[in-house]
Design a protein around this ligand. Structure first.
Ligand SMILES: [Zn+2]
Length: 349
């Protein structure tokens, strides 16, 4: 299994910056047909190997498998980048918010964004075996809470987590801010603010997904996620405003984060259509409705927290499958649990 981690190349000395700039821009020139340009031979080879049809854009510097070297010295990680004219290449400090996985570093890339260089480091390591699961952690994705998690064990709710309530507020704040900036014609600032919003939301999503995966790990659960088609169906007929909010919610990103974090520790993740879960009463199975956004009303049993009701329904829907799962080995169809090859973007400071 492979995992790609972004790491910012930071604190370059003037000389290393110049050498990297030269190698990178010479690569672009080489790709546009300037074959005489000074470029490290292996970097040339890599370029010829990967970029057969060159269009008018920039290409990352591809680091060959056997030349890659990442070493820790004191508190810093250093990546070796082969450049023309410097024996052994240059060693540059890289910074990431995550731990690098234990595994073999493979062919990786250096991309340039604005004036910064980012190393896309790809690690290869054996996938951990799928863990046995004896309970279900059901996740209902929603607007009020980005995720409502219900730990379902032996037919009862053992624990409930309401996660990501702050996302809606963050999004509202930035929407307001963007509107104000737009009114004043500050388009560049609007873009900048948009990127800032993504970073803020991403940080929250990382926290939520981490919480979900560690609860699943501690309780030997598999994770069942309501899938996105369900949410879109649910959103239909509720007006434009609601539709807009739902289609902008970072459900997809959260789903991917949960999937890859779970995969790293061998927790099966299943997505299930939750198209009817918001209309069904989790106690009697009757059809009910959402009285307000937060309340579900069953004609027989009364009122429940709507998000909790949704999550329990997801757990119940999947429960009957749990009995069919083998005690050892894969707990679900591999096709249902495809590994994600690339980690959702990791932001740098
Ligand atoms: Zn009921």
């Amino acid at each position: 299994m492979k995992l790609t981690i972004q790491a910012g190349i930071v604190g370059l000395t003037q000389r290393k910056k110049e050498l990297l700039d030269r190698e990178y821009s010479n690569l672009q020139r080489f790709l546009r047909g300037d074959k005489a340009v000074p470029l490290y031979s292996a970097n040339k080879q890599q370029a010829l190997r990967y970029y057969k049809k060159v269009k008018l854009k920039e290409y990352p510097l591809s680091l060959r498998n056997d030349l890659i070297n990442l070493r820790k010295a004191k508190a810093f990680w250093f990546l070796k980048i082969p450049v023309y004219g410097v024996r052994g290449g240059i060693k540059v400090p890289v910074k990431t918010h995550r731990e690098f996985p234990q595994g073999k570093l493979c062919e990786s890339k250096i991309v340039k964004r604005k004036d910064r260089y980012i190393a896309m480091l790809t690690f290869e390591f054996p996938a951990p075996p799928m863990r046995e699961c004896s309970s279900i952690l059901a996740i209902d994705l929603g607007e009020r809470f980005a995720a409502t998690a219900v730990l379902w064990q032996n037919g009862t709710v053992m624990k409930t987590l309401f996660l990501g309530r702050e996302i809606r507020g963050v999004r509202r704040h930035y929407a307001w801010l963007r509107r104000r900036l737009q009114e004043r014609g500050l388009t560049q600032v609007v873009k900048k603010v948009g990127r800032k919003e993504r970073r803020v939301v991403d940080a929250i999503l990382h926290r939520i997904s981490k919480r979900i995966v560690s609860l699943a790990f501690a309780s030997s659960s598999c994770i069942v996620l309501g899938d996105l088609t369900g949410i879109r169906q649910r959103a239909n007929g509720k007006g434009k405003r609601f539709n807009r909010i739902v289609s902008n919610m970072p459900f997809y990103h959260l789903t991917k984060m949960v999937e890859y974090k779970a995969m790293l520790v061998g927790i099966p993740v299943i997505t299930t259509s939750e198209s009817y879960t918001s209309q069904t009463c989790h106690v009697c199975g009757c059809e009910g409705k959402r009285k307000t956004q937060g309340l579900f009303l069953c004609p027989h049993c009364g009122e429940y927290n709507a998000d909790l009701n949704g999550a329990v329904n997801i757990a119940k829907k999947f429960e009957r499958w749990l009995g069919y799962m083998p005690l050892h080995g894969a707990a679900c169809e591999p096709a249902l649990n495809q590994p994600m090859l690339e980690a959702p973007s990791e932001r740098m400071g």
